[in-house]
Design a protein around this ligand. Sequence first.
Ligand code: URA
Length: 187
Amino acid sequence: MDWSELEQHCQSCQKCPLSDTRHHVVFGEGNRSAEVMFIGEGPGENEDLQGRPFVGRAGQLLDDMLEVIDLDRSKVYIANIIKCRPPQNRDPLNTEQDACIGYLRNQVALIQPKIIVCLGRIAAMRLIREDYKISREHGQWVEKAGVQMTALFHPAAILRDPRRRPETFQDLKLIQKKIRAICEHTY
Ligand code: URA
């Protein structure tokens, strides 16, 4: 599907029960020619109300994290594993992820990023490895289908435990290094 078809499908999706409780589908946003994608878990309350990814407190921290490595939302694409908010922000069920993941895969196919950064455990387990251990493996790199992949602690997890900040800062610096090594128009 092309962008407009994909977005239309997503906006009217009823593949899982989260469509009954959502206010907005959070499709994703940013640069559709981005070399770097950031993938979170799923919309929270603010995202559901506004229809945009990472607009709450965790989103403010994500903006700060991007700024640390001279990035901003205009240079990257930000999306989530699932596009509708789970009740009480619980972890997305496997059935919900299965129903939704095709949209993200289509976005990745259209964007063809060089780097995918998973934000948190859920995204890393879905996109890197089912048994990914975020506390042990964050900041490490793997290549999958020609795409360099890594994971950071989720910004909400950093807000809950600020001791994760120094490690995240180091991980961000490695992302910047990787961008400088393999990207052509992101700096
Ligand atoms: N947390 C996520 O994982 N994604 C968002 O869009 C917002 C908060």
